[in-house]
Design a protein around this ligand. Structure first.
Ligand code: ADP
Ligand code: MG
Length: 301
């Protein structure tokens, strides 16, 4: 097969591993810098151009679209879909997963366990919003945050009010969430491919830190998931319409609760802590799935 990896940087661990895994299985693999693609939109023959040549003959693409290039990145993926090329994750599903509120609403609708979450636009009823999620302690999150930046624990009612008002003063969007204290500063990253969790790790925040992000000093280790956690992860990816996803789960007193579903999960942490060939698993999945016209939504959204 001829596989394109849409990635801004060919030297990233995840990109390199996918190239390697593709080569090992005898495929032609090329890294395509998403932002360097340019396109023509015509009803008969949509095309993508790259560094002066037309991109043709691809059997599949693996989109690795960073949060900062979602808009253009999903347009490139959509164009491949219009050309009939199979995309591991579809453009519609990637856009969906990038909107935290929309994702939580979709998951809630299908009965996935979630931390009680509130969001509001106006500044008026801060106290009531806090009460709606069960009062302090609670977590306030920037809607656009990643790597744990902009995730704050408000231990008291007063602190919660001040933090919410401060964020609002900055005109950034936030959500407020029940604090899952019993998770003990740890979460589970479940790497879902198709209808299976192919690898999972536990991330434990540094001493005194409730955020488990590896970028914030968290440490990862191998973990055995319960059947409920496993099915929660697989169902969440499916609801989002993602063939590959990193589903983050907290272990709460009322069962597994999903925090977020990531459409371009990093491979380094999970491969190194589990010793599993996740990149190989992804390529094998593509071998089974990729067919011309296999794109399900046909980029309707
Ligand atoms: P980001 O997208 O920046 O990674 P997350 O929502 O994943 O933001 O939060 C970062 C970390 O903070 C999580 O990995 C988890 O360890 C911790 N955390 C987030 N929300 C909660 C919560 N409601 N209760 C307990 N811990 C939480
Ligand atoms: Mg996170």
């Amino acid at each position: 097969m001829k596989i394109g990896i849409l990635s801004r940087n060919k030297d990233l661990y995840s990109t390199k591993r996918l190239v390697e895994a593709g080569h090992e299985r005898g495929h032609e693999v090329r890294v395509i810098d998403t932002l360097r693609c340019y396109m023509t939109i015509a009803s008969q023959r949509p095309t993508i151009h790259y560094k002066g040549e037309e991109l043709t003959g691809y059997d599949a693409i693996i989109p690795r679209i960073g949060a900062s290039v979602t808009f253009y990145g999903t347009a490139v993926v959509r164009q491949f879909e219009m050309m009939g090329v199979y995309s591991l994750n579809e453009s519609v599903a990637i856009s969906r997963s990038r909107d935290k509120l929309r994702s939580l609403q979709l998951l809630a609708r299908k009965g996935i366990g979630l931390p009680v979450t509130g969001f509001a636009h106006s500044t008026m009823y801060t106290q009531d919003l806090i009460n709606q999620v069960g009062g302090a302690p609670l977590v306030v999150k920037l809607l656009e945050g990643t790597q744990g930046i902009g995730v704050v624990l408000a231990e008291t009612q007063n602190a919660a009010e001040s933090i919410i008002e401060a964020f609002r003063g900055l005109k950034v969007q936030i959500l407020v969430q029940e604090f899952i204290k019993e998770a003990g500063g740890a979460d589970l990253r479940c790497l879902v491919v198709g209808d299976k969790v192919i690898a999972a790790m536990k991330r434990q925040g540094a001493e005194g830190e409730f955020r488990s992000n590896l970028h914030r000093g968290g440490k990862s280790s191998i973990v055995k998931l319960t059947p409920e956690e496993r099915s929660t992860a697989v169902r969440s990816a499916k609801i989002m319409g993602l063939s590959i996803a990193g589903v983050d789960i907290l272990r709460s007193n009322h069962g597994p609760v999903v925090m977020e579903v990531n459409s371009s999960p990093g491979l380094e942490g999970i491969e190194k802590s589990t010793n599993k060939d996740v990149a190989g698993g992804i390529i094998e999945y593509i071998e089974k799935q990729a067919r011309v016209g296999r794109t399900r939504t046909r980029s309707k959204g």
